[in-house]
Design a protein around this ligand. Structure first.
Ligand code: TYM
Length: 332
């Protein structure tokens, strides 16, 4: 079976609807067709400053949420990145085949480091995409399900794999980004030209899966929409309505055309009210299941340790080959 790997950062108390619709929903589907590896990337989460106790709790919450939306530890390896030391080991080797200029061109680094100031931004923030490449290449992943914002990091990963293979002999599978266009960029409810984002959206612009459902419904009802009154799908002229239709369609499985037909002659308020209810229906059971996983942290940690063991079996093999290729002694 082909392999997939993907990851999510535990940098907030909850995932948002963009994470779910753009990425995690596809992770769930891919378990049926692929050998699947999914990780909570806590190594990545310390690149921009963090609190130790909060981090561990957020990693647990992240894992609980992933289980709650349908990851099945029997059908995938779900693990926390720091429990598989091969990620950091391979990242070092890859950092030595990455050009300084090449890494400097990563737009996410440029944005984030500009916000933090160059003296406060860490070197880890700079090498972040190289660690991400290690995550992917360790598992010989064929496909990487992510949202649009990760496209450049995936390109770098492919370049590094190809370069390494050319210099040292075939070692890594060159992975393809698995980006599903319709939901690859869920936008901010208050600024429908920007992506919904853990780090930059205002609270009113972002739907967190674990927030009070009534609050989510209210945010949908207050979403910024466009001038005019007709409900049509036009991402350029009506990005706000297009975003709401995208979310509606993804959560219900109804096509955009079907929704547009159903709302012909109705107003923005009707659409928002109904979508608010759809969101509430979706998040309620997810929240319940998340809570039940979090109620038994010992069991959850055990599950994650088992996931890490499964992941390590694969990661260790790739690392051993890599060590061989670059002229190191074998890992002991
Ligand atoms: P992160 O934690 O920011 O986001 C997790 C996933 O959610 C997607 N996403 C979105 N999709 C659609 N619309 C949005 N508004 C939106 N916001 C976020 C992201 O594209 C991502 O797929 N660098 C990664 C984590 C990572 C990783 C990896 C991913 C580390 N190692 C290896 C894949 C493979 C990140 O920060 O994702």
């Amino acid at each position: 079976r082909p392999r997939v790997l993907s990851g999510i950062q535990p940098t907030a108390d909850s995932f948002h609807l963009g994470n779910y619709l753009g990425a995690v929903r596809h992770w769930v589907a891919l378990q049926d067709t692929h050998d699947a590896f999914y990780c909570v990337v806590d190594l990545h989460a310390i690149t921009a400053g963090h609190d130790a106790k909060t981090l561990r709790q957020r990693s647990r919450t992240a894992a609980a949420q992933l289980l709650a939306v349908g990851l099945d530890p029997e059908r995938c390896a779900l693990f926390v990145q720091s429990q598989v030391p091969e990620h950091a080991q391979l990242a070092w080797i890859l950092s030595c085949v990455t050009g300084f200029g090449e890494a400097s061109r990563m737009t996410q680094f440029k944005d984030k480091s500009q916000k933090q100031g160059s003296d406060r931004a860490s070197v880890g923030l700079f090498t972040y995409p190289i660690l991400q490449a290690a995550d992917i290449l360790l598992y010989q992943a064929d496909a990487v399900p992510v949202g649009e914002d990760q496209r450049q990091h995936l390109e770098l990963t492919r370049d590094l794999a190809q370069r390494f293979n050319t210099s040292f002999g075939r070692t890594f599978t060159v992975p393809a980004a698995h980006i599903v266009r319709d939901t690859a960029k869920i936008t901010d409810l208050q600024d429908p030209t920007a992506k919904m984002s853990k780090s930059s959206s205002s609270p009113a612009g972002i739907i967190n899966l674990l927030e009070e459902p009534a609050r989510s419904a209210k945010k949908i009802r207050s979403a910024v929409t466009d001038t005019g009154r007709e409900i049509v799908f036009d991402a350029e002229a009506k990005p706000g309505i297009a975003n709401l239709l995208t979310i509606y369609s993804a959560l219900t499985g109804r096509s955009i055309d079907d929704l547009v037909a159903a709302y012909a002659g109705k107003g923005y308020g009707d659409l928002k009210k109904d979508l608010g209810e759809v969101v509430v229906e979706f998040v309620r059971p997810v929240q319940e299941r998340t809570r039940s996983y979090l109620d038994d942290p010992a069991q959850l940690d055990k599950l994650l340790a088992q996931g890490a063991e499964k992941a390590r079996a694969v990661a260790a093999r790739t690392l051993a080959t890599t060590y061989e290729r670059v002229g190191f002694f074998p890992p002991v």
